[in-house]
Design a protein around this ligand. Structure first.
Ligand SMILES: O=C(O)CCC(=O)C(=O)O
Ligand SMILES: [Fe+2]
Length: 226
């Protein structure tokens, strides 16, 4: 193998490897959780993770605080992520129980979790195909190393059903998830060896009718809260 080929290979990581194993083992043992029947990635569903009242409270918070979504990428692609989003304050009494319940479900110390993001998509709005993990070729990479390192697991909760459209599509893994109120979807962005899993590429498909509300939480390999 040439030097060039070796340096291009994404780095494996024993810490991320352990996250993959420990979280998957915990989810596999949880009767409320189902694993998606695919080999390309570790993807799990938890129906009715949140009750109606909690979904309504989170939706109201998103409506009160939403701003046009931003991207971390160096690409300045205006049409890539057209939704609105906002930070969900982890210390707010309306957020804290959900924030902690997600960390407990996965068995990850809540300090590894970034601030939960609320997201709202109106008809025609979408989030184009992307990976949640950080790319070492981007300029943010160095900063992210100091701020908790790579992202491992993503947890997303759909807060409402959408009349038409708005599914989360994993074209390589072959999964399409339609929004359903209270449904939690979680996946490992890494492969079992701890290197980035390209097959986790996913998109928030355009909403056709109705409005879509979700919250998303990303967990880092190191503590995000110091
Ligand atoms: O809204 C969706 O279905 C996907 C959202 C997403 O991929 C993200 O927030 O990283
Ligand atoms: Fe994503």
């Amino acid at each position: 193998m040439s030097f060039f080929a070796r340096t291009r290979k994404p780095a494996t990581s024993s810490v991320r490897q352990l996250f993959g194993l420990q979280v998957a083992t915990r989810l596999d043992a949880d009767p409320r959780v189902q694993r998606a029947a695919i080999d390309a990635a570790q993807v799990y569903y938890y129906p009715d993770f949140l009750d109606d009242a909690t979904c309504d409270r989170l939706i109201a918070m998103i409506d009160a605080h939403r701003r046009p979504s931003t991207l971390l990428s160096d690409r300045n692609d205006q049409g890539f992520r057209t939704s609105d989003s906002c930070d969900m304050d982890r210390w707010s009494p309306d957020v804290q129980p959900t924030d902690e319940a997600i960390a407990t479900l996965l068995g990850i110390d809540a300090a590894h979790g970034e601030t939960m993001q609320g997201q709202r998509y109106a008809p025609g709005q979408h989030f184009r195909a992307h990976h949640d993990y950080f790319h070492s070729t981007e300029s943010y990479w160095e900063r992210m190393q100091k701020e908790g390192g790579q992202r491992t697991w993503t947890a997303m909760i759909y807060l409402n059903a959408v009349e038409e459209g708005g599914a989360t599509w994993f074209p390589q893994a072959g999964i399409k998830v339609a929004p359903k109120r209270g449904l939690l979807l979680t996946w490992n962005n890494m492969k079992p060896d701890g290197s980035p899993n390209e097959a986790t590429i996913h998109e928030g498909m355009p909403v056709v009718a109705g409005t879509k509300y979700v919250v998303t939480k990303w967990f880092r390999e190191d503590r995000w809260i110091k």
